[in-house]
Ligand binder design. Structure first.
Ligand code: ADP
Ligand code: MG
Length: 495
């Protein structure tokens, strides 16, 4: 927790994240959770809270919560309680939301991530199971509002952090790490546009050493960019207010990225409810959720290798630096790509470099996921092998990648070009390095003969003169010689 001051204030942030769990059916009913159906076609009697219906706990939702807890080192409560959170809103048919209050299923835990090259740890307070509400649709109704209850009863895991974060960048990195983790575990589809992963940011500021300031909570941030921007706006707003002699009042706010002349604005929606406003009490319709130790062990046994464990393994087995290991384990697809390419070319560090460099740049530029890279792992591996065996230079390889990328994109599916394309592309581009030593020998002799002055300077102890000779040699070979080979040969020739 590095404390970075903004206009003399320290920033304090805690995040609450709603993660939609990827079960087929809802948390307390058998209705489908599929996104995008016609309004109200997926709301059954339980979701509608018709009299006489009773909720039945979805085992899959509980298992996903357990998986999450195990992945961040939480305590899994042996016995947890569902409570009714009472409030009135048109999209909440029962008049209460079933949630967990005093005794949540997941308690404690830590999320670790890098910001730059510093390791940050954010402690979790809890993660609890709850049902989502429906949606109010303000569009397309000519001034009226429609209610769609398809989302009512969709399972959510709300993950709450301690107020441990000290900058908007740190909050965004935490959220990215959490997102990658739940997608990796397969407990959430991670689709932020569809609302499967939404963050509420609690923000306060204080003078260093002072007690925590009063927070405001910015609701429903569904992109990392908005999360960071909203926090930045809120920080400035709070500092302005305090510097003008005002006091921050606890409130719930919404972020409008277009407000304040395009600079973004956080605007209070309502003064913040206190817990007692919700009149929480245990839901008499649901028994306590009891999780036996052997159930936890069964879930643990089914879990995939976690990203951090995999990153550590890559450091150990392939000698990757920590930064690289974390980069190539940012998603399962990245890890699979890295492992496939490394198995094929046996150059893990080069694979990581290309994945973090050229490949990432090209994928980003075109908004592509690595799964649909026009250059598949086997093709990149072949390219890297051709650098390794001296056929092409690093720069040549970039040109080959350019050509392969274009060829790959013309194909259906894009990644179907095979690795033999690499050698063909090298030939087509005329990039093969001069590995015929006879030819190189002759060219180097010419270079030495026509640069007598540099040779003399070199012999007199001027290292710079040697670089000039290498430069001349590369020029004479039209860049096709391997610089390391040229250096070796020149040194030999000069004695
Ligand atoms: P509530 O249940 O009313 O939302 P909590 O005490 O559970 O309140 O806290 C919600 C979130 O707010 C947590 O993530 C917590 O870390 C964060 N938080 C609490 N106090 C502060 C503060 N002073 N500044 C920033 N965040 C805070
Ligand atoms: Mg809360």
């Amino acid at each position: 927790m590095s404390s970075l001051l903004i206009r003399g204030y320290e920033v304090v942030i805690g995040l609450e994240t709603h993660v939609q769990l990827s079960t087929q059916s809802k948390i307390f009913s058998g209705a489908s959770t599929q996104f995008g159906a016609a309004p109200n076609t997926q709301a059954c009697a339980v979701d509608l809270a018709l009299p006489g219906t009773l909720p039945v706990m979805n085992k899959g939702a509980v298992e996903r919560a357990i998986e999450f807890g195990l992945s961040v080192g939480s305590h899994i409560a042996e016995r947890s309680i569902f409570a009714r959170k009472n409030y009135f809103y048109p999209d909440l048919p029962k008049g209460y939301q079933i949630s967990q209050y005093e005794t949540p299923v997941v308690q404690g835990g830590t999320v670790e991530f890098l910001v730059g090259d510093t390791l940050h740890k954010v402690n979790l307070t809890r993660a609890h199971l709850e049902e989502d509400a429906g949606k109010s649709l303000h569009e397309d109704y000519a001034g009226q509002t429609g209610i769609d209850l398809n989302r009512a009863g969709t399972p959510l895991l709300e993950i709450v952090t301690e107020p441990d974060m000290r900058s908007s960048v740190e909050a965004a990195e935490y959220a990215k790490t959490l997102h990658a983790l739940v997608v990796w575990l397969g407990i959430c589809d991670g689709n932020m546009q569809e609302g499967s992963f939404r963050c509420d940011a609690n923000v306060s500021v204080r003078k260093p050493g002072a007690p925590y300031g009063t927070r405001r909570e910015i609701k429903n941030l569904n992109s990392f960019k908005f999360l960071q921007q909203a926090i930045d706006c809120e920080i400035q707003w709070q500092i302005d207010l305090i510097e003008d002699g005002g006091t921050v009042h606890q409130a719930t706010a919404l972020f409008n990225p277009n407000g304040n002349g395009g600079r973004g604005e956080t605007r209070a929606m309502r003064s913040k409810e206190e817990a007692h406003d919700y009149r929480y009490f245990p839901d008499p319709d649901l028994p306590p959720l009891v999780i036996a130790a052997d159930w936890i062990e069964r879930v643990r046994a089914e879990m995939p290798e976690l990203p951090r464990a995999m990153a550590e393994r890559f450091q150990r087995e392939h000698g990757l630096p920590e930064y690289d290991a974390l980069a190539v384990t940012q998603s399962k697809a990245h890890a699979a790509y890295f492992e496939a390419a490394t198995a094929a070319c046996k150059s893990p560090k080069l694979v990581a470099n290309w994945m973090m460099g050229e490949l990432a740049r090209r994928l980003n530029a075109e908004g592509l996921e690595i799964e649909s890279s026009p250059v598949a792992a086997a093709v990149l591996a072949q390219l890297i092998s051709r650098i390794g065996d001296g056929t092409i230079s690093n720069n040549g390889a970039k040109q080959v990648l350019e050509l392969l990328w274009g060829a790959g994109q013309l194909r259906e599916p894009p990644k179907s070009i095979d690795s033999s394309y690499v050698d063909k592309a090298i030939d087509d581009l005329g990039l093969k390095q001069l590995s015929d030593t006879g030819e190189l020998d002759r060219l180097l002799d010419e270079v030495l003969a026509s640069n007598a002055k540099s040779v003399e300077e070199y012999r007199a102890g001027k290292d710079k003169a040697f670089n000039a000779l290498v430069g001349q040699a590369m020029k004479a070979t039209k860049g096709k010689a391997n610089p390391a080979q040229v250096t070796d040969l020149l040194k030999k020739k000069l004695g």
